[in-house]
Design a protein around this ligand. Sequence first.
Ligand code: ATP
Ligand code: MG
Length: 247
Amino acid sequence: MSDDLVTIEDLHVELGGVRILKGVHASIGRGKITALIGLNGSGKTTLLRALLKEIPYTGTITFHCGHDHSQPTPHHVGYVPQKLQIDARLPLTVCDLMALTLQRRPLFLGISAKVRQTIDQLLKNVGAGALVDHPVEKLSGGELQRVLLALALHPEPELLLLDEPAAGIDFKDQEAFYQQIASLNERTGVTILLVSHELTVVTQFAHHVLCLKDGRIQCQGPPQQVLTGEVLSQIFGADTGVFAHRH
Ligand SMILES: Nc1ncnc2c1ncn2[C@@H]1O[C@H](COP(=O)(O)OP(=O)(O)OP(=O)(O)O)[C@@H](O)[C@H]1O
Ligand SMILES: [Mg+2]
């Protein structure tokens, strides 16, 4: 029985005639937090989109899901994208946006008390309870990330893909945000793949790190072992200090 939730073998992705992933071999440990790091343009978002089967690829992505690990697909994948284009003309509140995903009946019939209760709880879980009646178009980048995280957690996912989830969150709130993600992982055992440019966060919260360079995995393993000065300068070049404190 595999200890990994996902095994990726010889993954190639080409988009618009450009080779982006060039033979990725990697595994994502069941119940673990795996951090995916690499320079801008190295293919991190592309790898997540391949896992979501949003883009064509060659190679193999194998899921070992379910209680007996025999299911070929996760029952639910939660995803917080790096960027989200929301049509600002839609006069939706956070509650409306979440109800569109959570309830079967059309929004013009109103939001049921049960759905409203679920929405309140999901938002509270990510420290965003106060945003429930805010218009979506007026949310800051960080507030929107929290709302998207709340949505990604319902129904409880087997795999959670987070693409720079704290990029829009104030530096002082970032640690608390990642703490929430780490305790979610501990509490529920959800497997998390997290893209982050914050190397301090990666060393603090991730069990495993995948380093992507030019569309290939340069190295992988426990952060304390992998993220040596030598490896960091190989992946990010000499100026790793600037990179580590990008925000
Ligand atoms: N549809 C596309 N057609 C052509 N090239 C693309 C397409 N989508 C992405 N790319 C290119 O693929 C490369 C990898 O993009 P990707 O978004 O995966 O990088 P990333 O590692 O997530 O970067 P960042 O840290 O900036 O988010 C980039 O050079 C990007 O311009
Ligand atoms: Mg990206």
